[in-house]
Ligand binder design. Sequence first.
Ligand SMILES: [Zn+2]
Length: 394
Amino acid sequence: MLVTGKKTNQGASSEVVRDINRRLVLHLIRKRYPISRADLARVSGLQRSTISLIVEQLIAERWVLEGPTGRLPRGRRPTFLRLDDERVIIGVDVRPIHTTVALADANGRFLSQEIMNTPRDPKAAIGALIQSIQRMVIASNGKTIEGVGISLPGRFDHTQDRLVFAPNLDWPDLDIRNPIVKATGLEVELENAANACVLAAVWFDPSPGVRNLVVVTVSEGIGTGLLANGQLVRGLNGMAGEFGHVPLDPHGPLCSCGSRGCWEVFASNRAALRYYAAAGGSAGNMGFIDLLNRADLGDEHAAESLKTMAQYLGQGMRMIVAGLAPERIMMIGDLTRSWHRFGPVIEAEVHAQALPGGKPPAVIPVHEDGMARLRGTVALILQKHFGIGVEVAG
Ligand SMILES: [Zn+2]
């Protein structure tokens, strides 16, 4: 928890140290509010004078508010600090079928949201998004809108400002950001969905921070978000993390990326439905949740299809474990509802990967409410001001 010179590189400028300390103070206020300056000093290990300076700055910038006044023994009356909930963020989660637009405060609490069908045509989709964002601006009732964070089921190239790879969305290489900036006048940040989930975990997960983390999102496809040495890994053109499109079998079924036998062709929700149909179960229009339910009702074909999917998930994860040695792999998707089916199979595969000297990661299902990506979009805007915050999680 304590941020000392040891954690920053030799020769790091005092500005860097100040930024780290600011982040630490902000995180503590966010996680432990209401909290007094004295408690901030005690918990952070920073000097009282340093805390006072940072707090005054955060108050001047309207990130933090004072009040109410507490009451302690011996007549001391500390002033408690909390985040200013007049600062709000608009989060957008674009998925192949539905898009959610929400208004959140800096604590990641959602104040209002709307869900719409995602138009097939990207221009129509951008138009619909702009209208929805404008409705959220009205719903914010005069609060300060810090920016718009957008999660996309594809890779976003931050240097070119373009969505460059979104096979499950079937949109072409496209500029989404500038039309929205132009129409709304707001700051707009975009990020891949799995990366957004990494940010959500780093910012809003109550457990202590990890510096090597992989998030695997399993839905129509498979996405991975990578945190290595405390940094989000984006790679050239933002294309890092496409483990879902590493072929396990070059003669396998055709993938949406144009290649054959990719990991996601064998281990996504779609794959399980395909196994079920091939086994004689009537897949038809049924969805993945229906498949989970059928397995729970005793349908053996359904259970077997899920087991096959789980085995492939575990096999693909062996690449990740061998290549990145994460401390933790977080699983996001409807499969977490049936973790008793998936967990043991995946863990057996991952443990089979353990190399001499290696330690298998904890594989953790995130039983989330479908809001991880949206929380990630909030973090995406917050980290513009406070960095990724890994050093200070806890
Ligand atoms: Zn592929």
